[in-house]
Design a protein around this ligand. Structure first.
Ligand SMILES: Nc1ncnc2c1ncn2[C@@H]1O[C@H](COP(=O)(O)OP(=O)(O)OP(=O)(O)O)[C@@H](O)[C@H]1O
Ligand SMILES: [Mg+2]
Length: 231
């Protein structure tokens, strides 16, 4: 794979079977993204954004085509190798935060270490540093369920980056936030992209995120919209 490419999709397809009939959630999707890009996936509801993000992150597999990410051919990986890729190279942020509300902010941030191989003596230190980088040092010991929505999304971002992923993937990260809090989260994602050179890919309906993007992929009914297709 080209060194200057961190994610490349070639004719990626995802076919679901519904009651015996085939449904193509993604069809012939091709693109490539350079390391350090701030990329967004846009398109109407049902156009395939989440499906594509999950495939890039190794949460799901394409049913056709090839996807390379962080130097790996994802289709060629065993289930174990795919989960290792996911745990070591990818951080995920979701619309609904997906935190354990009874656990503290710090405990939530440390959950990726539960799945990590080897010993991580410095996990707590890293967790605190990660919370500091999203501006939440003071709230490390507070239960996640008692935090504001914006603070919860910051905790989720701290959790996503605690193991220094090369890819940060976010599925509608501002979808449950008011405009101002959403802007703060966008600022934080931009900062991580600039300062830590993390490649960020966000599925979104939020025009403010689209403005921040160096790469925009528009999906329409599972295909790359015509004006975006590569020649
Ligand atoms: N497990 C599944 N089985 C069958 N169909 C599925 C499955 N997952 C997704 N789909 C279908 O694939 C299409 C794309 O879904 P996807 O969730 O990727 O859309 P999206 O662009 O993220 O939409 P939204 O903006 O509403 O989040 C939809 O028609 C959806 O119903
Ligand atoms: Mg979605």
């Amino acid at each position: 794979m080209d060194q200057a490419v961190i994610v490349s999709a070639r004719a990626v397809g995802k076919r679901y079977r519904r009651d015996g009939t085939a449904f193509d959630a993604l069809q012939d999707v091709s693109f490539s993204i350079a390391p350090g890009t701030f990329g967004v996936l846009v398109g109407r509801s049902g156009s395939g954004k989440t499906t594509l993000l999950n495939i890039i992150g190794g949460l799901d597999r394409p049913t056709s085509g090839a996807l390379h990410a962080a130097g790996r051919d994802l289709a060629g990986l065993s289930d174990g190798e795919l989960s290792r890729y996911r745990n070591e190279k990818v951080g995920f942020v979701f619309q609904a935060f997906n935190l354990a509300n009874e656990d503290s902010a710090l405990e939530n941030v440390l959950t990726p270490y539960l799945f990590a191989r080897g010993r991580h003596r410095d996990a707590v230190e890293r967790g605190r540093a990660s919370l500091a980088s999203v501006g939440l040092s003071d709230l490390a010991d507070q239960k996640a369920g008692t935090l504001s929505a914006g603070q919860r999304q910051r905790v989720a971002i701290a959790r996503a980056i605690v193991r220094d992923p090369v890819l940060l993937l976010a599925d509608e990260p501002t979808g449950n936030l008011d405009a101002e809090t959403g802007s703060e989260v966008i600022g934080l994602l931009k900062h991580l992209n600039h300062e830590q050179h993390m490649t960020v890919i966000v599925a979104t309906h939020d025009p403010e995120l689209t403005e921040a993007a160096g790469f925009i992929l528009t999906l329409r009914d599972g295909r790359v919209a015509a004006d975006e297709a590569e020649p």
